[in-house]
Design a protein around this ligand. Structure first.
Ligand code: VGL
Ligand code: ZN
Length: 211
């Protein structure tokens, strides 16, 4: 075990990204084998002193939903005022069963739940910024104020919310470690390979939970 990856209960936090029903088998935006991360994360959480969760949390008329447009299908890309946006099936609608955390995820030790994507006109993959890349969620200030400087990431999906969060963490000066076996990907048109490459280039460390 390398010194760099000894968990420090005060300055390290585990960020558990979007482990919600809609991203698991049978969900509206199924990530292949998404629920496989649940027991792995269950083993991981007790190793950390600080646990933060994110929850994708959209209004029913969210502009990242293909259903918001007349002639658009899920997985097409459109241009919104803040840039390119992939369109998705309706998912994680506020208060719906699909938006709830997977029943097997123990949320007791979560000290903070960051909800994101609640503004109709802006999607939010990252736990730090909405997709306009400028509207903060407040997570960076929260972590800094609590003296947390290193983030371990896991959850769904590797190539969207996990990757965007890890990249923003680096951009904001946090150390970021993605626990790959505790993540699953959507892998849309090469998005997983692209995300892994961008994370590597940004100095995100990628290891398995057996570190
Ligand atoms: C996500 C697409 C849309 C994710 C959320 O959690 O990775 N992906 N909303
Ligand atoms: Zn979403």
């Amino acid at each position: 075990m390398s010194d760099a990856l000894m968990i420090d209960s005060d300055r390290d936090a585990l960020l558990v990204v979007d482990v919600q029903n809609d991203f698991c088998s049978g969900g509206a935006l199924e990530v292949p084998n998404g629920e496989a991360v649940v027991p792995i994360i269950g083993q991981l959480m007790p190793r950390f002193g600080r646990v933060v969760l994110t929850q994708d949390w959209h209004p029913a008329d969210h502009l990242s939903f293909a259903s918001a447009y007349q002639a658009r299908a899920p997985y097409q890309t459109i241009t919104l005022p803040y840039g390119e946006q992939t369109l998705w099936p309706d998912h994680c609608v506020q208060g719906s069963p699909g938006a709830a955390f997977h029943a097997g995820l123990n949320t007791d030790r979560a000290e903070l739940v960051i909800r994101k994507g609640f503004r109709r006109s802006v999607d939010s993959y990252s736990a730090f910024f909405e997709n306009d890349r400028t509207t903060p969620t407040g997570l960076a200030a929260y972590l800094r104020e609590r003296g947390i400087s290193r983030l371990f990431l896991c959850g769904l999906a590797t190539d969207f919310c996990v990757a965007y969060s890890a990249l923003d963490a680096r951009r904001l000066g946090f150390e970021a470690i993605v626990l790959l076996d505790a993540c699953r990907a959507i892998d849309l048109a090469g998005s997983l390979q692209a995300a892994l490459r961008r994370m590597r280039e940004a100095g995100v460390v990628m290891v398995d939970t057996a570190f």
